[in-house]
Design a protein around this ligand. Structure first.
Ligand code: UDP
Ligand code: MG
Length: 313
């Protein structure tokens, strides 16, 4: 039987909390009283996560497990879930219970009202460091200013999307997947449900500082050309400054008898402009690297196996 709801749960080394996530999600989904499936995407966990989910699969036909061959990343895991989902409405929720499953029925209610995308908007975030909160606030605001797509603020991957939206996003060929951005990009009728982000049920964040940085660069670069324009603007600015300085030097040489003891200033100017050139080159490199990723055309992820009771039709 085709489920009405699919729930995608990406999980990476979540053995301490995954059983509880299964229990709470199952409670909520059963209460909603319609056929559903829970799709756990195990993103190459090195702990017992896969084994725990496989146990749930064995005793519960609504659970499916997609095992990756290695850690491909959160966005890839969600993309895989979206490929495997069969429901008429598809939820995405983290495995750590930071997004409360009890919000899902509220999202479903909005969906029944006719919205195609219902995203969770964080009113407040509990149990996260001030550093994470501050950087992410800044990130959402900078990103919003840099792109022409209307990206909602303070919104993660916690959302409901309609089948039509899911299919539209699945059809996008790009490898660089900032999923929430793609969902905004495809349009449709979107609305928000506000919620308070909870503390992690167990374990530590799986987003290291390095992963967070890579994530932010990916998001900005796949949704904005502004950094390239900034490079041009910087170039102009520097040329203008040096032109003004050149006129000043001519003036000094011709009309004053000050000796030009400009060693320090010359070095400063050279270092400064070299620095800018390197930054700009790096920026170009980021784009070129991504173009390279795209043209290689490698798949987003590799699936080792799918564990489920009845084979999908
Ligand atoms: N996750 C993943 N692959 C990764 C990193 C994270 O599938 O490489 C999952 C993780 O298991 C969790 C979700 O993505 O379900 C969000 O990660 P996390 O809670 O660590 O991020 P935070 O909430 O701290 O931003
Ligand atoms: Mg989390």
């Amino acid at each position: 039987m085709k489920p009405v709801y699919s729930v995608i749960i990406p999980a990476y080394n979540e053995e301490e909390g995954i059983a509880e996530a299964y229990r709470r999600l199952t409670c909520v989904m059963r209460d909603m009283g319609e056929p559903y499936e829970l799709i756990f995407v195990n993103d190459g966990s090195r702990d017992g996560t896969a084994a725990i989910i496989a146990e749930c699969c064995a005793k519960d036909a609504s659970v499916r497990l997609v095992n990756f061959t290695r850690n491909f990343g959160h966005m890839q895991a969600i993309s895989a879930g979206m490929e495997y989902a069969r429901g008429a409405a598809v939820f995405v929720i983290d495995a750590d219970l930071q997004d409360p499953p009890e919000v899902l029925p509220l999202m479903a209610a909005k969906w029944k009202e006719g919205y195609h995308v219902v995203y969770g908007q964080r009113l407040q975030r509990k149990g996260e460091t001030w550093f994470k909160k501050a950087t992410s606030k800044l990130f959402y605001r900078v990103l919003r200013r840099m792109t022409t797509v209307d990206l909602p603020l303070d919104t993660g991957e916690f959302r409901l999307i309609d089948r039509k939206v899911c299919d539209a996003v699945n059809r996008l060929p790009e490898k660089n997947r900032y999923v929430r951005g793609l969902v905004s990009w495809v349009g449709f009728k979107q609305t928000a449900v506000e919620y308070v982000r909870q503390e992690r049920f167990a374990g530590q964040t799986k987003y290291s500082l390095r992963k967070m940085f890579a994530f932010a660069t990916d998001a900005i670069i796949s949704f904005s050309y502004k950094p390239l324009k900034l490079a041009t603007a910087l170039g102009f600015f520097i040329s203008l400054l040096s032109f003004a300085y050149m006129i000043f030097i001519f003036y000094q040489r011709l009309f004053t008898d000050q000796t030009i003891d400009g060693w320090a200033s010359t070095v400063v100017i050279i270092l400064f402009s070299q620095g800018i050139v390197l930054v700009v080159l790096g920026m170009m490199g980021e784009y070129i690297g991504r173009i390279y990723e795209e043209i290689k055309g490698r798949p987003l992820y590799v699936v080792q196996e799918v564990v489920e009771q009845e084979k999908s039709s």
